[in-house]
Design a protein around this ligand. Sequence first.
Ligand code: ZN
Length: 237
Amino acid sequence: MADCPHLSRTQNAAGEIIPAAASSRLALTWLKEGKVHIAGSHLEDPKTGEFNLSFIRKEFPDKDFSMITFAHWEEGLVVAPGNPKNIRKIEDRVLEKMLEAEALQKQVQDAAARLEGEKGRVDTEKNRLESVRRAADEDRAQLLARRRVLAEGLSEPVRETYERVRAGRHGVAVAEVRDGFCGGCHVRLRPQMYNDVRANASILTCESCSRILYYVEPAPEDADAAGGQGNRAAAPN
Ligand SMILES: [Zn+2]
């Protein structure tokens, strides 16, 4: 026994006390086995909340025993000096955490609702763009058919010129002439060229960008808005 590190000796006039460190249950077992004379115990019955008695009655069912209460334990919390957060009970902390959890839950729900709304908006926009695309596809098919018909009506040299310019000008082979300027490259035509283009008698190309030029006589109201320049012949008498 003297070699055991859990044991120390206390001696006074009344006799010698040899304490042995052990858990409550082990202490009661030792007491039952006669290894010690006194056992310290702080066992709580979780069903009744009663301390020690039910355990002792179970361990010593047919024996007389004396139970002496010499101390009460009080559970506490370790807090910062001055208890700055004014924590009184563990329940306060639990409540704080629950409130935090509730707020977070609310945020998650709000975000989920926003996401749903956003999904609906994206779906609507997707459907709209899909119908725009379908309409554009139909337009394109009609225009290609029309283009084939028109191409068949062109002479071989004109079609050859058209294809060559189109290839060299990013797909745009023709340009409207307005107020003496080429609508493709915005360079002013020579006066004679401008007159020839306005006559619309032959296929002419821009001397600057090579695009095939065409001229559309402005409608009478356009001509009036522009001051009626050079449009007398088209105006009704
Ligand atoms: Zn040009």
